[in-house]
Design a protein around this ligand. Sequence first.
Ligand SMILES: Cc1cc2nc3c(=O)[nH]c(=O)nc-3n(C[C@H](O)[C@H](O)[C@H](O)COP(=O)(O)OP(=O)(O)OC[C@H]3O[C@@H](n4cnc5c(N)ncnc54)[C@H](O)[C@@H]3O)c2cc1C
Length: 434
Amino acid sequence: MGYLKEVQGKGVHDHFNNNKIVVMSSSGSCVGVPGAVIVGAGPSGLAAAACLKQRGVPSLIIERSNCIAPLWQLKTYDRLCLHLPKQFCELPLMPFPANFPSYPTKEQFVAYLEAYKTQFGLELVYNHTVLSAEFDDQCRFWRIKTIGMKQEEETEYVCRWLIVATGENAEEVVPQIEGMEDFVGTVLHTSSYKSGELFSGKNVLVVGCGNSGMEVSLDLCNFNAHPSIVVRDSVHVLPQEMLGRSTFGLSMCLLKWLPIRLVDQFLLLISWFMLGDTAELGLTRPELGPLELKKVSGKTPVLDVGTLSKIRSGNIKVFPGIKRLKRHSVEFVNGKVENFDAIILATGYRSNVPTWLKESGMFSDKDGLPHKAFPEGWKGESGLYAVGFTKHGLLGSSIDATRIAQDIEVQWKGEATHFMSFPHAPPTQSLLKS
Ligand SMILES: Cc1cc2nc3c(=O)[nH]c(=O)nc-3n(C[C@H](O)[C@H](O)[C@H](O)COP(=O)(O)OP(=O)(O)OC[C@H]3O[C@@H](n4cnc5c(N)ncnc54)[C@H](O)[C@@H]3O)c2cc1C
């Protein structure tokens, strides 16, 4: 078959040196990875790699982008700060610097992640998109196929443990709205929105009233644009801080002592005192309380960073759902028609796991999230793991990463010779069979 065989590193028996076996063929290369392959270099992937490293287990992170945490570096708006206080967002084994504010800016968060990567000496491959990952029953290894920047650059990674860290926000959700192709103004997703500077003096419609939609509306206001926001469903808006503490931190604390319904009632009472009746502004509250709703549906309450007062002062208008778009205007379900220069879709993201992971037991085909809810969704069969699909933000990622590393460490130590001495690893020809 004319394979060119190259073994990278002479000490292939010393798997603690992170050596890999690289086999080249005319159709691409095949890389044997000792330890785990982690797909995705966001905060979750980095956390998993660091926890493994600390326990002496090597790993390789494969990232489709050209940097770590591209969601934060490339797809978020300029004014973004962490929505939750820093103590709930730090990754395992390394706290945020003491001089960081309570809500670090995105630049500070990215700097922290860069320092994290360096501190643990994490190994990454950039610009490689995972096209498929499948467990090979015959040789009992995962086969992960990637494509590089140049489309012909295919690589197959073979490993014992596969950690899915592609996140809940892998792909933009772009709704199909009637007449969208007729609208002549700008239409963009929040992932491409940087600041309101470009929209000064313009009428802009923000579709979606989650944390991003609310904050983008505020940002547009601050740049003298004329924003309106579509609020289709009911939504809980809470103050970011109450009684001198972060609402999130206070909730966590109260939940230790009180039932969730009582905590919800407390949060809603304080919110009513601080924000007034949000229904009067067009933001009706769901029947379930904010924490119970989050638990049941995963829907996160909006933490107000100043948008409500702009709605109250009339600087941001609220509209119900969209019926259709026309050339220059939008018709709403209540029959009103308004002219807009631009539409910003704050319509969120979804997981892309079903597009590449060839496995049906752990992840749902419907939403790309683990079937089992947090805290049970981190472990699948045959050495498959998931980090960061908890709907509990970075705190959830940290908990997952720690558990995964503990679990793999036990197997790694038990099978200390599993890869390099190949007790049940496939011969090279078998690795290259496809
Ligand atoms: C605007 C915004 C603000 C947020 N603020 C907070 C906050 O304050 N606190 C908090 O706890 N949470 C917050 N979150 C939620 C969550 O914690 C973050 O989204 C966080 O980035 C999740 O990390 P992750 O590593 O799981 O996913 P991501 O950061 O999305 O990383 C996944 C990585 O996988 C890569 N990838 C995807 N598919 C492939 C593929 N096929 N092949 C190779 N690589 C692939 C992606 O390029 C990406 O780098 C926020 C989310 C958003 C969108």
